[in-house]
Design a protein around this ligand. Structure first.
Ligand code: MLT
Length: 201
């Protein structure tokens, strides 16, 4: 997968940065630097193109995911993480995903499909990636969800359902709400930084 890797200070987590639809691996580098300037950074570009817009998996319509492709792309990303940790010699067990929108959805899908795929995650404007799926054991996984209660793409029920599903599987889940729409706000980034520092510094 197309990506950018920056080595971190020894012992710090690797931040897996996952952009939204139409983004690239460049988009969230500033956010990574803001959250933890000493962390390693692995910023990846989605392998699917929707009319030229990079995404991490196909969709059939707005908010309707192609579940077969989702499973395939989730496995592909998991393998990429396994391989990248060997190539760049970072700790595979210490990856924290930070995803926005479509990137948050593939991060959620990694958590829904595989035990120990991610140590923890910050999900900005995620949806439930797949329903009616038994989740793995998520004890010890911390998840921060940030959401807008006027987000037309991720309605508030999606956020509440996702929080419930993750918490029921054992993840320690927190939600930060704002009153805006789908955009990623400075407030959310600052909330994410505080949450990260509370758990990982
Ligand atoms: C998705 O397709 O993953 C979500 O609808 C969010 C988006 O990328 O527009």
């Amino acid at each position: 997968m197309e990506h950018i890797y920056k080595k971190g200070t020894k012992g710090r987590p690797t931040l897996l940065m996952l952009h939204g639809t139409g983004g690239t691996e460049q988009d969230l580098l500033g956010l990574a630097e803001y959250i933890d300037p000493e962390a390693g950074v692995l910023s990846v570009r989605g392998n699917v193109s929707e009319n030229g817009m990079p995404r991490f998996f196909k969709r059939l319509a707005e908010g309707v995911f192609d579940l077969e492709d989702l499973a395939f792309r989730t496995e592909e990303l998991k393998k990429f993480l396994d391989d990248a940790s060997e190539k760049y010699e970072f700790d595979r067990q210490n990856i924290i995903a930070i995803g926005y929108s479509n990137g948050a959805n593939i991060a959620g899908s990694l958590i829904f499909h595989y035990e120990n795929a991610l140590k923890s995650a910050i999900l900005h404007h995620p949806m439930v990636p797949i329903r009616d799926k038994k989740l793995p054991e998520l004890n010890g996984v911390h998840v921060l969800i940030t959401a807008g209660d006027n987000d037309p793409i991720c309605p508030p029920e999606e956020t509440r359902d996702l929080e419930h599903l993750l918490s029921s599987a054992g993840a320690k889940t927190e939600v930060y709400w704002h009153h805006n729409g789908h955009q990623l706000t400075q407030d959310e980034a600052s909330e994410a930084k505080q949450w990260y520092e509370k758990h990982f510094k």
